[in-house]
Design a protein around this ligand. Sequence first.
Ligand code: SAH
Ligand code: SF4
Ligand code: F3S
Length: 441
Amino acid sequence: MKKVFIDTMGCQMNKSDTERMLGILSCLDYEETKEPKEADLLIVNTCSIRQLSEDKAFSMLGLWGKWKSEGKKIKIGLCGCVAQQKAEKTFRRAPYVDFVLGTHKIYSLPEIIKRAEAGERVCECTETNATEDDKAAEFPIHRVKSVNAWIPITEGCNNFCTYCIVPYTRGRERSRQPEIIIKEVKDALNQGFKEITLLGQNVDSYGKDFKDKNYRLAQLLRDINSLDGNFRIRFVTSYPTDITDELIETVVELDKVCEYFHIPMQSGSSVVLKAMNRRYDRDTYKKIVEKVRKMVPDVTITSDFIAGFPGETEEQFQETLSAIDEFELDYSNTAAYSPREKTIAAKWVDKYIDEDIKTERLARLNEKVRENCLKSNLKFVGREMEILVEDFENHKGQNVITGRARNNKIVHVPCEKDLTGEFVNVKITGAKTWYLQGELI
Ligand code: SAH
Ligand code: SF4
Ligand code: F3S
């Protein structure tokens, strides 16, 4: 058996691709190693959402290239979003790379590995308008050991937000066939996974591109909910204006679907939202969040925000801070704006915000997120919640289980027994910024 090491960066979509690549590679007699120095094949599965992630990928390749020049017999591959974007250009910058495989054809890995092993330099970054579902059933998926299985339902994105590279690295939006998704869900449940998270850049568009049937996310949730077993279902990410009433009603109606929505807002200012090409303004976002909160008891709503988008004024930035307060957003991912090749906003160089202002805004944004996260957590003290245990650890001499409530809140509970994978009822006794504390009941 040969050994492969894959370093995965970026979003869950990439992590899911890595699990597929490891499955494909296992059919080629490669087993995974967590130790890069032991590997015969080294792959970095990259993210290009920000410049920093792209730079990290190349510095990793540089290190491996050094090992190669010192005589180590290894093959090096660049996969994922940076690969899709750089394609052939990679070889100029990193000549020690043996193959570049973009995001559209990961099932051509066997062919690529064969050619690379024969000494050829290979680049496969052709865009396709189809999913690779016809190949998916042929290979196992090597899922990371956990209670949660991530299952992509759509690939790509059609939204073209002006800052975002994803439509260029992942191509047009394509929905995977329900039968394939349901098969993957059943396989994961049979393997003992207790939580299924359906993945897509914009999950509420699921099925829009099916010409032969009217089958949308709500229907997919119903079909998965009807499978036997005690498990939970989640879905991310929701684009604000695509969340339908039917979807919200379905979340309320179905027992396995959790009360959790990730609805990135990106900015609290309507002017900035327009420049970002997001299809809603502050007030529309507010109405959507209010509707979700009204219809789904105890729901948690999380978001993403960008600080320092080109042209963002101090006042507009403050609207982002006030949005987090006003809409009581439970948690938000944050980032300083990073110009990305090919995107529209990257061309607005004269409107770029100074780095130090961006850094300072990001720090204030993070502070606001922390403050609201604690505020949100405090609301649950005294309540009883069901958690799905994900972890068992000894923390400062005490055994503790960690799990998530249905609304995605993290809960730590002192417990002598490893209950990983079990559903446990707990009483919330305290709240910290990033987690709740509880006790078994
Ligand atoms: N499809 C999701 C987001 C996917 S990308 C959505 O529509 O919200 C994940 C997050 O990365 C985005 O929500 C955004 O906040 C951030 N992001 C994307 N491009 C960025 C850029 N150029 N600079 C900084 N952050 C960015
Ligand atoms: Fe990027 Fe916008 Fe698509 Fe999200 S919806 S992936 S932010 S283009
Ligand atoms: Fe994901 Fe990064 Fe690509 S966020 S889709 S891996 S650019």
